[in-house]
Design a protein around this ligand. Structure first.
Ligand SMILES: Nc1ncnc2c1ncn2[C@@H]1O[C@H](COP(=O)(O)OP(=O)(O)OP(=O)(O)O)[C@@H](O)[C@H]1O
Length: 807
């Protein structure tokens, strides 16, 4: 995730370094005795005053001018070498095997210590790189970096549109702000106008009578220089004559305008002229400290991140190893100058020996407090490509949880191709985060309310905009969060009830069965058509082959896997689909709020390719979603807070784990996008199953669930029940399905139930029963045995009937 500049290979030796140390020397044991620092010298220097940096170290030093420098021991570097800081192989000390450091290029200004008399003997030629960004560095690139000929934002249509929108909004806001305050401004101008009149008269008087020349004339008098005095007086008289004429003419002109305005008789013109005059005099009388017009937009000041702030924050974490390090007078090491990266600052910190990035991540809150920044601005990460103590600290200008969500690129227009990256969200630096769904499976996990469904919805929306993709969507919470997709989904189900879960299982059975067909289809294709033995965009486009992308998304999948009856089979099916479906164009997306071994089969959690983990409470859940050892490696979704909605670690979508916030698309936004997807699918002729109103196997199963539901509401020992009683109980069981039935009168209820039971071969009849007041009556009803037998029969038929071919 974090892109590092190139490093030079640092030579390694056994000596004590000037400050905190970089990788190779981190394994060098600390000497027992610290040489006592000479007065006024760096405490890291030896008794002789010689600075002895540990080779391969990068450390910092405060110079007399207050700048902080990264010190790099590079004994062999010549001025020519310095910009890339590559050591001279001939003179560089031998490297301890296995302790080499990746080559690194420092982008910041390099200061040759030969120009610093104090540092002449620093570590045999230590070179310094300023760590702190200059004051003006908001957000200048590092020196040596070539600026793009055409700025990046000019090349991005999205950025141009974004900037234009911002300017237009800004302009509109500024206009409205000042328009509302016009009466206030007018009042202020009127109040200032007497002072303005006095100032104008005084300034005119000084100009006409050349009062500035008075001191010169007085000097000529004091010097008893009549000639010079006369010359000055003549000059002044000439000036006064000319200027008086100008002023008289101006006054006449003004009076003329006044008379004309007066004679015009137009009140509007008169008032406008008066207002202009008062405004002009008011402006002349304004007080510099109290401007008449205040700013409509206050520019946000971005706080600079400095090495001192980072050091102080790390020192405030209460970590013994850091405190000891600082107490010895050592400085925190910086592997590179602090730079701007996106809308924030990036510091590459080498933590003191023995401190692990995880130690810092665990104390993100304390770190934010130490930096005096909101928690949502502070994002510590590890850099496994360097070493366990390399901390990449990114400090944003704005709290990520408060930042306005950026629009999803496909929200307004466009379609998607699941073989290509689809937009998923944005990282904390504002960069678009994409995922390639094809040949991948996805697991989303988090505690309730962290943003799983929103994240899943973004992915399903992307899949929806690929008209060739078939969608099988199950939301097992019953909240209707995926209901906008009903119009385009091949299979759709919502609810935690047994019926929906069974439908979901059946859909998985179909998909699992379809894997065989897909595999056979691919195996039978000529090698030149399918060289890699997997679905290609061309093959997916040939509808007749049935190799189109098949997206199965299950929200709250713990309801399925933890189901006492269906869970085991579902786990086996999902594991098989994840393992075999990838190459065959089947994409499984699972979201769960209970990532534990009972609710998430290990076969699934171990094999899934892309993982998105929002806020979780502990290491087990973290590793269950993100993969084994993730927590140990510093990838900790436990660091997210309740405010970090939609923010999580995304692993497997790119080479490195990313922190991403899923695009914010609520149900309303989803409905609009789905309407576009529907049109695309209609044109492509790919509206099938539930979306096309076909009676799919799932629908048939929905019918099955009716008889199961009726059987479920029978009470033990009941032999016959009135239809109206059954309908009332059904409405209680599932109000969303049977609620309407119960609104009818007893006869209506009986007719409704009779019609619904007919397909199952169950007839209603007159049944003798008791009214609530104890009286008995004959009403339409069913025999409990008929219902139980029909339910049993129907289940057996379905189980032995096999699945339907997904079309
Ligand atoms: N990307 C996002 N950006 C901003 N807010 C978000 C984002 N994603 C989710 N949220 C907020 O978080 C709330 C909860 O989201 P969501 O319903 O997806 O959570 P969940 O984890 O699925 O919850 P549950 O487990 O209870 O179903 C949403 O109502 C929304 O306001």
């Amino acid at each position: 995730m974090s892109t590092q500049p190139e490093h030079p290979e640092y030579p390694v030796d056994e000596r004590e370094g000037p400050a905190s140390v970089n990788t190779p020397a981190e394994h060098t044991p600390e000497p027992d005795h610290e040489p006592s620092p000479a007065p006024g010298r760096d405490p890291e220097r030896g008794a002789s005053g010689e600075r002895s940096p540990r080779d391969g170290e990068v450390s910092t030093e405060r110079r007399d001018d207050g700048s902080l420098y990264v010190l790099r021991p590079d004994s062999a570097a010549t001025p020519d070498d310095i910009p890339t800081m590559r050591p001279n192989p001939d003179t560089a000390p031998d490297t301890v095997p296995g302790t080499e450091v990746e080559p690194r290029v420092f982008d910041a200004e390099i200061v040759d210590d030969s120009t610093e008399p104090d540092d002449a003997d620093d570590g045999e030629g230590a070179k310094s790189v300023p760590v702190d960004p200059p004051d003006s560095a908001v957000p200048a690139g590092p020196s040596g970096e070539r600026h793009a000929v055409v700025p990046a934002w000019v090349r991005s249509r999205e950025e141009i549109a974004q900037r234009t929108r911002w300017w237009v909004a800004n302009l509109a806001h500024t206009g409205a702000y000042h328009a509302v305050r016009t009466p206030l401004y007018a009042g202020k101008l009127v109040a200032h106008s007497p002072r303005g009149t006095a100032r104008t008269v005084a300034a005119t008087y000084r100009w006409v009578f050349d009062t500035e020349g008075k001191p010169l004339r007085s000097e000529a008098v004091a010097a008893r220089d009549p000639q010079h005095y006369l010359k000055l007086v003549q000059q002044r008289d000439a000036h006064v004559r000319k200027r008086l004429t100008v002023v008289m003419l101006a006054l006449l002109a003004l009076a003329g305008v006044g008379v004309l305005v007066w004679l015009s008789g137009d009140l509007l013109v008169q008032l406008a002229t008066l207002a202009a005059a008062v405004a002009a005099l008011g402006a002349a009388g304004r007080i510099p400290d109290k401007p008449v017009v205040g700013p409509a937009v206050v520019k946000q000041q971005v706080t600079k991140l400095t090495s001192d702030a980072v050091t102080a924050a790390l020192g405030s974490l209460g970590l013994a190893a850091i405190n000891q390090h600082l107490a010895k007078g050592k400085r925190i090491g910086f592997a590179a100058p602090i730079t701007r990266e996106g809308p924030g600052w990036r510091a590459d910190v080498d933590l003191p020996l023995g401190v692990h990035v995880g130690d810092i991540m665990d104390r993100r809150k304390a770190l934010a407090s130490g930096l005096r920044r909101p928690l949502g601005c502070v994002w510590p990460e590890g850099d496994p490509s360097a070493h366990e103590g390399r901390l990449v600290l990114w400090v944003g200008d704005e709290d990520l949880s408060k930042a306005k969500p950026k629009p999803w690129p496909l929200a307004k227009h466009g379609s998607a191709d699941l073989f290509q990256p689809v937009p998923f969200g944005f990282d904390q630096r504002g960069r678009l985060v994409t995922v390639v769904l094809m040949f991948a499976n996805l697991l989303i996990g988090a505690m309730p309310g962290a943003g799983k469904t929103f994240a899943l919805r973004v992915l399903v929306l992307a899949a929806a905009l690929d008209a060739s993709a078939q969608l099988r969507l199950y939301e097992l919470k019953g909240s209707g969060d995926l209901s906008p997709f009903e119009t385009i989904a091949h299979h759709y189900g919502s609810g935690p009830d047994d019926g929906t879960i069974e439908n979901c299982l059946h859909s998985l059975r179909e998909v699992h069965k379809d894997l065989e067909r897909r595999a056979k289809t691919i195996a039978n294709l000529p090698r030149e058509v399918c060289p890699e033995n997997k679905v290609t965009p061309e093959l997916a486009a040939r509808r007749s082959l049935g190799l189109f992308p098949l997206v199965v998304a299950i929200d709250e999948c713990q309801e399925l896997f933890a189901h006492p009856e269906f869970g085991k089979e579902a786990a086996e099916l999902c594991t098989a689909i994840i393992k075999r479906g990838r190459a065959l164009g089947v994409i499984l997306i699972l979201a769960t709020q209970r990532p534990d071994k009972d609710s998430l089969p290990t076969g699934v959690s171990a094999n899934v390719g892309i993982r998105f983990c929002l806020r979780v409470m502990g290491q087990t859940e973290n590793d269950m979603v993100l993969g084994t050892s993730s927590y140990k490696n510093g990838i900790r979704a436990t660091t997210f807070t309740a405010k970090d909605k939609g923010i999580g670690y995304l692993v497997g979508a790119s080479d490195d784990p990313q922190i991403a916030r899923s695009a914010y698309l609520d149900n309303q936004a989803a409905e609009k996008i789905v309407a576009r997807a529907h049109a695309l699918r209609q044109r492509a002729g790919t509206l099938t199953g539930h979306a096309a109103g076909e009676t799919t196997e799932a629908d048939r199963r929905a019918a099955v669930s009716l008889i199961a539901d009726v059987a479920a509401v029978l009470r033990p020992g009941e032999t016959k029940v009135w239809s109206e009683t059954i309908v009332d109980r059904l409405a209680e069981l599932r109000p969303e399905v049977y609620g309407e039935w119960a609104t009818q009168d007893p006869r209506g209820k009986a007719n409704q139930l009779a019609a619904a039971l007919k397909p199952f071969g169950v007839d209603t009849m007159q049944v003798h029963g008791k009214l609530p007041d104890g009286r008995t009556a004959n009403r339409r009803g069913v025999l409990a045995d008929d219902i139980r037998n029909a339910a049993h029969r129907t289940r057996r038929t379905t189980e032995t009937g096999g699945g339907e071919h997904p079309a």
